[in-house]
Design a protein around this ligand. Structure first.
Ligand SMILES: [Zn+2]
Length: 322
């Protein structure tokens, strides 16, 4: 599950990608080294000691000199290592999107609101096993809302972009000098790839309208290079194709849900909808279907809001076309 040989790469002068493998998938953190050292994401609990510090040492940067850690969004594989980083870099200022702070700072909030919120009314959700990937967490010290400038050196800065959908406060960092954006999990194409080139599981956006706005926003920006949290780097026209693929996945999922409900006039639970659409959306393993619950819930919620679908008061909730 974990490769001990971290690979890393200098993408541009002073811009590094720290790579490891987690759960058969690529996992990236990014490091900006100017007069200030800025780390973007921290991996799971063991990533700092197994990949990040190792890489810093290799390029001659002391962990103590990290001046800011930006957590792009609350997820065990992105903020799980924050406590280990703060221990090694006590002066590093911890930052995240302001709507995400509560989930990053409190594991119980993360579990209840992000991973298991569909348990009670939908019989879905996730067990607590994975929570150990985040052994400790810390108070966030700077809350970004987007459009802030983070100075790296005179005349050299990163911009924060607010790119919600996968989380409410999701951040991307834009490096104008290289026309490069670091999106983490803000856009997800057809889902998360495995290191072998297959698919691990489908997209995990939560709020469909925000996710679509983020895709549209990114399409308007001067982006030459897109670097995500788990996807190979994209360059030139690949960027637009990835964004288009991300949008068409959303459209396909929506159409499949509506078509399924048309054929199930007595209604269907979220679980039934999820398992019906899952095999038609991607070729990830069947047991990866639960990862699609967040997007599926996002879709039925949006359809309910648009009054195209009605939700019952039963438990589990049943959905039918309005
Ligand atoms: Zn994520």
């Amino acid at each position: 599950m974990w490769s001990l040989q971290p690979k890393a790469m200098e993408l541009f002068p002073g811009v590094h990608r720290i790579e490891s493998v987690f759960g058969g998938r690529l996992l990236f953190q990014y490091l900006f080294a100017g007069d200030r050292i800025v780390l973007v994401d921290t991996g799971i609990g063991s990533t700092p000691h197994e990949a990040i510090f190792f890489y810093l040492e290799e390029i001659g940067i002391s962990a103590k000199s990290i001046s800011m850690v930006i957590i792009t969004h609350p997820d065990l594989d992105h903020h799980g290592g924050v406590s280990a980083i703060k221990d090694a870099s006590p002066n590093a200022v911890l930052a995240c999107g302001r709507q995400d702070a509560a989930e990053i700072e409190d594991k119980e909030v993360l579990y209840r609101k992000r991973y298991n919120f569909l348990a009670e009314r939908h019989g879905l959700g996730f067990g607590r096993e994975a929570m150990s990937l985040c052994p400790g967490t810390r108070k966030m010290e700077v809350l970004f809302k987007g459009n802030e400038r983070i100075e790296l050196a005179p005349g050299r800065a990163l911009e924060t972009w607010h790119v919600p959908g996968h989380s409410a406060g999701h951040l991307a960092l834009y490096d104008a000098k290289h026309r490069a954006v670091f999106t983490s999990d803000a856009v997800q194409g057809n889902g998360y790839p495995t290191v072998e080139g297959g698919m691990a599981f489908g997209p995990t956006y939560y709020v469909v309208s925000s996710y679509l706005s983020t895709i549209a926003f990114l399409e308007q920006q001067p982006i030459e290079h897109l670097f995500g949290g788990h996807w190979p780097a994209m360059h030139g026209p690949e960027v637009g194709r990835f964004l288009a693929r991300s949008r068409s996945f959303v459209q396909r999922a929506d159409e499949l849900i509506v078509a399924f409900l048309k054929n199930h006039t007595r209604g269907a639970t979220l679980r039934e909808i999820l398992y019906a659409i899952n095999p038609r959306l991607g070729d990830w393993p069947q047991d990866a279907a639960p990862f699609l619950q967040f997007a599926a819930y996002g879709h039925v919620s949006a359809l309910c809001q648009a009054k195209r679908v009605k939700a019952s008061d039963e438990s589990p909730v049943r959905y039918r076309l309005a």
